[in-house]
Design a protein around this ligand. Structure first.
Ligand SMILES: *Cc1c(COP(=O)(O)O)cnc(C)c1O
Length: 366
């Protein structure tokens, strides 16, 4: 059997392992920040109807520019942001998950001889997508409360002049949000000192009590907000993410996207889900309550959860988190060891899943 190492792969990919959390078959899986709620019967019916229509013309390539999906995303963004942001389909681009959005942006703004800056710990795919696009990844550490150290961030932007800066807000895996004031400061430095772009990854925005960076887009063409339907919309399996930005960004992305990258089936199911956004966002409210319960109860049990604006909580105060992780798995509860000493990341599950996690956690303290 041929091993991958024997193939003539790129030097920088020789010692690389694939990304992915363990997919174990246990009863409570709260390790990947998925939304635990299955789609309603009504949504499933809408999806089936839309897919049936799409199937009639499946011999043809899809709408390359996904105009209807982008138009409906634009309405959803304007409505949910609660402002007349003037966002239209010209400001929106969609792809197979926000990971593909990020990859397209790095193909466009990164590449050989270019660099991107992130604030660690943060979403590890930012680093991995940089590697795939041969963009150098630079990082500075967050403060001990996981906020971004703005003064050192501005210094780093001035000295390293990165082509891309990532701000994940709410940040995965910490749940921390960056205030819009900080994002404005970073933007100014990036636009004035280094000719770069600022990507704000708002994968968890719907779970947040803070304002969206979409509100800052006016007059800031180098600001790009990345979002996804995977988390709040309970739509991880559909693979739909999008960006909101200046129309120039949307036009430019077309230079790197593969033609017909978004299948007609994907476009159809996205349109179906957007029509159900009100019902889907009710699930978000339930999850926010479970998130807050994880924080409250784990505090009572003597652990140290970080304040979260997302659908998960980074809980600290574990001596050896990998041991605790294994003991939770033995009891049928799968959480995420993100490799931060003393911490485990726990996604908000259904009420029952959250109950079970908290029950097992309590039993471990005895
Ligand atoms: C889950 C997640 C994503 C994206 O996922 P897709 O399913 O590819 O849309 C992007 N950014 C962050 C920070 C995430 O946690």
């Amino acid at each position: 059997m041929t091993r991958p190492e024997e193939l003539p792969i790129r030097d920088d990919l020789v010692n690389v392992t694939e990304y992915g959390a363990p997919q174990l078959d246990v009863s409570v899986r709260i390790n990947t920040n998925e939304n635990p709620f299955e789609p309603s019967k009504g949504l499933v019916d809408s999806i089936v109807r839309r897919v049936e229509d799409a199937a009639m013309t499946i011999n043809r390539y899809p709408d390359r520019d996904a105009l209807e999906l982008r138009t409906r995303l634009a309405s959803y963004i304007s409505e949910s942001t609660g402002l007349n942001t003037g966002i239209s389909f010209n400001n929106v681009w969609a792809a197979n998950g926000s990971n593909e959005i990020l990859q397209q942006l790095l193909q466009l703004f990164g590449g050989v001889g270019r660099s991107a800056l992130g604030f660690e710990p943060t979403y590890s795919m930012h680093r991995i997508i940089c590697r795939g696009t041969q963009t150098e990844y630079l990082s500075i550490d967050r403060n001990s409360d996981f906020t971004i150290p703005i003064a050192s961030a501005l210094d780093e932007i001035r000295s390293s002049r990165p082509d891309v800066v990532f701000v994940c807000s709410p940040n995965n895996p910490t749940g921390t949000t960056s205030p819009l004031d900080d994002i404005e400061l970073l933007y100014e430095a990036i636009a004035e000192e280094c000719n770069g772009v600022l990507i704000v990854d708002e994968a968890y925005w719907e779970f947040s009590s803070q304002e969206s960076a979409v509100q800052l887009l006016e007059g800031r063409p180098r600001l790009i907000v990345s979002r996804t339907m995977s988390k709040a919309f309970s739509f991880a399996g559909a693979r739909i993410g999008y960006l909101v930005g200046d129309p120039a960004v949307v036009e430019a992305v077309k230079r790197v996207r593969l033609p017909y990258h978004l299948s007609s089936i994907t476009q159809a199911v996205g349109i179906a889900a957007l029509a159900h956004h009100k019902e889907l966002l009710e699930g978000v409210e339930v999850l926010k309550k479970q998130r807050d319960r994880i924080a409250e109860v784990s505090t009572l049990l003597g652990f140290l959860p970080i304040d979260s604006d997302a659908n998960f909580v980074l809980v600290g105060g574990f001596g050896d988190q990998s041991k605790v992780w294994s003991r939770l798995v033995e009891q049928g509860v799968l959480v995420r060891d993100v490799g931060l000493d003393g911490y485990l990341r726990v996604s908000a599950g259904t009420i029952e899943e959250t109950d079970r996690f908290l029950e097992v956690l309590e039993s471990l303290t005895k």
